[in-house]
Design a binder for this molecule. Structure first.
Ligand code: ZN
Length: 462
């Protein structure tokens, strides 16, 4: 569509705008400074000045927007169907912006060929009549990705003086999550394109040691709204990261599990579909080209099945904390004094740390209660036997690998637990999925800004 670009503002226009705003400013000053009774504390004065700034900003945005209309609207503009649309009238609409509600007018055209009505100014500036502006959407979605919508709405209004309903915040946050899902779908397409992979191989910088990590957490979903679940669904979460941090000399030492360049991805879906996302996000990080790829996780079968399928070359490591956790309930069963139990635990942990898996398994086996269901000692024996090839901790330490998946653990907590576990709340699956994706984007450097530019670009293409 051909667009008529209005001229940039000249000094006369700026001066006129200045005069109009000056009058408005004067009016605001009179009402703030002339109020009776006069405020008797600074807080009241601060609140009044903040409200005045917002009013003035609102006025400035309104006037600036009005000046975007050409003085004489052209009689016709090109319609997207190819025909010419005729000028009808100046039409009024409303926008909710980061500076409050704004009423504005712009030229409205109607195409007699396809009966499509259009406002060139809306298309050019990405105005969304009757809706929230892209800027306000960014701010509310960001708040909604941090906090439950009701709390987020309260905080947002306190900080910005702009009233935003929980529903508006929900919608904005979900829009960002849905945008992330679209980005991921594009990544999945690219990741299955052999040409694109070869190009990356040739052009992208080499990737040395890269870590991947997978985990899952439960999300409480509303079984009445979702026929396909029984009230709880797995939110699968993954992370890609690098780190210079190494494990301490002893397991009780100081763990510095700081990840660098971490990017998160998540979904509520089956393992196979999640595998496509694992591969696609991996391609974004060059995981398939990494000279040294290390996967950290707990011992869930779906994790290692996906890793073996997509990254057969990767080193598989059971996260130290997950492994050591399996010893605690066994220690509780050891007969004797608390000191003896504590001694048992410390010996077993040392064996595990030093990679003496036969000894760890024998220690646990000594406390198996034969024929007892859910016996933690029996579970530990099975667990250590099945995963012993992923627990060669002395070798991993010697190679300088991180063996504690603190980053993705904390990602799980931050995405699943901190944001999606809202007391008394249940989610519909689509909502939970989108909010989780929005939150993962927020925690992954660069992702949120990418989503914002995509949202802005979409509104300006009409
Ligand atoms: Zn048309």
């Amino acid at each position: 569509m051909a667009r008529q670009q209005p001229q940039g503002m000249d000094t006369t226009e700026i001066s006129r705008l200045g005069l109009e705003l000056g009058e408005k400013f004067h009016e605001i000053l009179r009402s703030v400074l002339g109020q009776m009774p006069m405020p008797d504390n600074l807080s009241q004065m601060e609140r009044d000045v903040r409200a005045a700034m917002l009013q003035l900003g609102n006025q400035m945005l309104s006037n600036w927007l009005a000046l975007q209309n050409p003085t004489y609207p052209p009689q016709t503009v090109s319609c997207r169907c190819g025909a010419q649309a005729a000028y009808k009238e100046m039409r009024e609409s409303v926008l909710l912006t980061a500076l409050g509600r704004i009423t504005y007018r712009r030229a409205y055209y109607l195409c007699s060929a396809c009966h499509h009505g259009l406002c060139p100014l809306d298309d050019r500036l990405g105005l969304r009549p009757g809706e929230i502006s892209a800027e306000l959407e960014d701010l509310t979605a960001c708040t909604g990705a941090h906090l439950p919508f009701a709390h987020g709405g309260d905080l947002f209004t306190r900080l910005t003086l702009i009233g935003v309903s929980p529903q508006t915040m929900d919608k904005a946050t979900q829009a960002y999550g849905a945008e992330m899902a679209t980005v991921e779908a594009e990544w999945i397409t690219t990741s299955q394109d052999a040409e694109a992979l070869l190009r990356q191989e040739r052009e992208a910088p080499p990737v040395e040691r890269l870590y991947g990590s997978l985990d899952a957490t439960k999300v409480h979903t509303d079984a009445r709204r979702d026929a396909d679940d029984n009230g709880w669904r797995d939110l699968k979460i993954g992370a890609w990261f690098t780190t210079d941090a190494q494990p301490p000399a002893t397991p009780d030492g100081d763990w510095q599990i700081q990840a660098k360049d971490i990017t998160y991805f998540c979904d509520i879906t089956d393992a196979e579909t999640f595998g496509n996302l694992l591969w696609a996000t991996g391609v974004q990080r060059g995981a398939q080209r990494a000279t040294d790829l290390v996967f950290l996780g707990d011992a869930a079968a779906w994790i290692w099945n996906l890793v073996s399928l997509h990254y057969p070359q990767a080193k598989q490591v059971v996260d130290w904390f997950h492994a050591a956790e399996h010893l605690t309930p066994v220690a509780a069963q050891v007969s004797g004094t608390p000191a003896e139990r504590s001694e048992w635990l410390s010996q077993a942990r040392e064996d595990l740390w030093e990679g003496r898996l036969d000894a760890v398994i024998a220690r646990c086996a000594a406390h198996v209660h034969a024929g007892c269901a859910d016996d933690p000692a029996q579970e530990a024996v099975t667990y250590f036997t099945n995963n012993r090839h992923r627990m060669d901790y002395p070798t991993y330490r010697a190679q300088g690998y991180q063996i504690g998946s603190g980053s993705v653990e904390s990602g799980c907590k931050q995405i699943g637990i901190a944001r999606l576990k809202v007391p008394g709340a249940t989610w519909d699956t689509a909502g939970a999925r989108h909010v989780a994706k929005a939150r993962a984007a927020l925690l992954s450097p660069g992702h949120w800004d990418m989503l914002t530019s995509r949202r802005v670009r979409q509104s300006t293409t009409g």
